[in-house]
Ligand binder design. Structure first.
Ligand SMILES: Nc1ncnc2c1ncn2[C@@H]1O[C@H](COP(=O)(O)OP(=O)(O)OP(=O)(O)O)[C@@H](O)[C@H]1O
Length: 387
């Protein structure tokens, strides 16, 4: 039998490794990701148990806090969001996220609906590697994000509305403190976990899929030379929680990733392209109303399992905003008719069904082309869809 070499090769030209199964390049080198391996202890305190996920700016790891004291505000198991290396500890992107989270932790009352739907920041520190200074945020640990979950789970109308209401509450809380998220998408809402602190490490890790140790690939150089500084000895794939192994009676939602957040209005905000509002396509200013447009796109995604604008695209578009442009070229009535047809099939209901009518009202209001015509997050909360 031929033995397959499990190694992945570091390519200094990228610089990074290509993760074939994930169809992704993970960059290591100056100002790229921090070289972290499983079982490593970070800050003499957090031992790494698994990779949970990655984005453009950071890798997020599951860790156990080895220095937990009864007075500590932290939890036994946490998520460590470790940013790319920066030249100084004042990196704009990570600072922005941290400052915003700190403001959100301090604002309004602890028990406010909305505040509890924001991921908790527990601590923050700098970590040095040959790749630079990495800001590291210690966050409340959560399960998978909803963009991933809707691929496998179908939510009926009531369940989707229940989840969406929590998303709106989180955004209303943010907006009440003058902050816009700037990058709302289903992938930014994660499922809260029940208290797992009584579990042993082995029991906790058994709730992840795939098992983390099985995803580890050694990293080598093609020519057999030693790895350059800043490249980890091994890489692994994300192993999020497997919902079927969790007790998730009451589905609570948490909003994550405040790297694009801003106050007031802002140009050049990097939204997910499937949720980019018309004002940003036109290179105009983003505002709280831009978040509301994204909420409309998300509500559709949650109800149907697919991004809204993909239903408006024709063939394989070269223009990444083709869906939005076609959507905007239609009148409100034409949009309503097209969306009603799709929703009635997806939700197995008649086009004039009451649930569909109220859902279409929310969708069309949030997706008004002109930003001032969209409702605020607090207007949305008093909509009859939630009553
Ligand atoms: N607190 C958490 N608990 C569990 N998993 C998390 C947590 N925070 C983030 N993740 C996972 O890590 C992934 C990347 O996190 P995040 O979106 O914050 O990174 P990012 O680099 O800022 O992303 P982007 O490039 O989209 O801005 C998420 O999609 C999610 O799967």
């Amino acid at each position: 039998m031929i033995e397959l070499d499990p190694a992945v090769y570091y390519n200094p030209d990228i610089p990074g490794v290509v993760m074939m199964e994930e169809e992704r390049v993970i960059q290591f080198g100056k100002q790229h990701f921090c070289p972290i391996v499983l079982d490593q202890v970070v800050q003499n305190r957090y031992r790494i148990l698994s990779l949970l996920g990655w984005g453009g700016y950071a890798m997020v790891w599951l860790a156990v806090d080895q220095c937990l004291s009864p007075s500590s505000p932290s939890s036994k198991y946490v998520a460590l969001k470790i940013f790319r290396g920066a030249e100084s500890s004042n990196d704009e992107y990570s600072r922005n996220e941290e400052l915003c989270l700190r403001k959100l932790m301090q604002g309004r009352n602890r028990d406010d609906s909305g505040r509890r739907n924001i991921i908790q920041l527990l601590d923050g520190f700098d970590l040095e590697s040959p790749n630079g200074i990495h800001r590291c945020l210690v966050l409340e640990l959560a399960a998978s994000d909803f963009a991933y979950l809707v691929e496998f789970e179908h939510y009926g109308f009531d369940h989707a509305v229940y989840i969406f209401k929590q998303c709106v509450e989180a955004v209303e809380y943010l907006h009440s403190l003058g902050i816009s998220h700037g990058d709302l998408d289903l992938s930014k809402f994660v499922l809260a976990l029940p208290d797992l602190s009584t579990l042993t490490e082995a029991a906790l890790v058994s709730k992840l899929w795939p098992p983390p140790k099985g995803t580890v690939n050694p990293v080598k150089m093609k020519d057999g030379s030693p790895l350059p500084d800043g490249v980890p000895e091994s890489v692994c794939r994300p192993c999020p929680f497997d919902n079927s192994k969790l007790d998730l009676e009451d589905r609570q939602v948490r909003l994550i990733d405040f790297g694009e957040a801003f106050t007031g209005t802002k140009r050049d905000v990097h939204t997910h392209s499937r949720n980019t509002p018309p004002e940003l396509i036109d290179d105009d200013l983003a505002s709280q109303s831009s978040d509301i447009w994204a909420m409309g796109c998300m509500l559709w995604h949650l109800m149907t399992g697919h991004p809204l604008m993909s239903y408006f695209e024709k063939y394989s578009p070269k223009d990444r905003y083709q869906g939005q442009r076609i959507f905007l070229s239609m009148s409100r009535q034409e949009r309503r008719a097209k969306m009603a047809g799709i929703l009635s099939k997806k939700l197995r209901a008649a086009e004039d069904d009451e649930d569909i009518a109220v859902l279409l009202d929310v969708l069309l209001d949030t997706l008004e082309p002109y930003p001032p015509d969209r409702p605020s997050a607090s207007d949305l909360l008093s909509h009859s869809i939630f009553s």
